[in-house]
Ligand binder design. Sequence first.
Ligand SMILES: NC(=O)c1ccc[n+]([C@@H]2O[C@H](COP(=O)([O-])OP(=O)(O)OC[C@H]3O[C@@H](n4cnc5c(N)ncnc54)[C@H](OP(=O)(O)O)[C@@H]3O)[C@@H](O)[C@H]2O)c1
Length: 329
Amino acid sequence: MHGRHSHHLARTSLKSPIEQKGSEMIDQTHQSTTMQAITMKRAGSADRLTLSEVPTPVPDPGDLLVRIHAATVTRGDVVMRKMPKLVARLFGERPRTIPGYEYAGVVESLGSRAEGYTVGDRVFGTTSGLRQGSYAEYIAVPANGMVVSIPEGVGFGEAAPVPVGAMAAFDFLCLGGAGERSRVLINGASGSVGTFAVQIAKHLGSHVTGVAGSSNVELVAALGADDVIDYTKDDPVNSGRIFDVIFDAVGKTSEKQMNHLLAEGGRFVTTKARRRETRKSLLAVRDLLASGAITPVVDRTYALAEVTEAHRHVEQGHKRGNILIRIDG
Ligand SMILES: NC(=O)c1ccc[n+]([C@@H]2O[C@H](COP(=O)([O-])OP(=O)(O)OC[C@H]3O[C@@H](n4cnc5c(N)ncnc54)[C@H](OP(=O)(O)O)[C@@H]3O)[C@@H](O)[C@H]2O)c1
């Protein structure tokens, strides 16, 4: 059984009882030596994801120990789940037993040399390069790594889906040169990357045309797109319009196919390309979240024990925006 099925802009989201009571009430109850986590021993189908009791991580001197309140299931999580460890290593990925890329939570304790945070700080980030993922009650993350504070007034459920989708949208739109009055086409405007891309391109002052299926046309218009092409009725390849930036957020087209829609000097960018996460981008999307320029679209919310179902949903390739995992313990 899964949680809320209607999509919504996640303004009202996961606030833990601790968070609701205010920072002076931060729970300092001693933490147990084991925690609940989703583990996966070998690559394969979603059934391999198992709820387990595992040792709680012990932070290194430069680490924060974070009590996770919300995680997500991204497309990347599904790709990694299916990837044999050997292949993952070839791609420079660190295979791990506990999957999950995004998290939002509260600093529970700090290593002796961790700087910039105190117990009770609310933080969010990615687990790229770490030995453990975010489908767990706790994670140890380097204080100087891909972690930043959650802006005031933003809930865990709003912060958790931001890093992967919004950073990709931000980086690729910048790479494409989107800005004031650029004509921007966003293919796959209803996915995680796409819904952030529409909002970010509008924030940059661009004229945005989103491409989405019939059931998502309204959503993409509500996010601020000036025009929406329904790809089930009109092939964007034949739109006859001209764009300064074409961003394929869902990686379904090629530059060769779209070239004739580009203005002189225009650029085609796609999520099929590899990119490197930077702290600079994480801080940029944190600012966009703080100012209200971006609000994540949440399709469904699941409990930690329901991760298998969440993966099955994401795998179908039709999620709207983001999928949340609640880890309230
Ligand atoms: N390179 C990077 O650094 C990077 C970073 C993040 C993500 N990615 C990649 O970016 C891709 C997108 O990720 P995501 O999380 O945004 O995907 P997603 O949320 O799973 O995308 C699903 C959405 O795409 C729409 N869609 C599917 N086929 C479409 C088509 N032919 N034309 C237009 N829309 C279509 C679906 O709408 P309908 O239901 O209407 O079809 C659905 O709303 C993934 O391949 C992911 O691995 C890459």
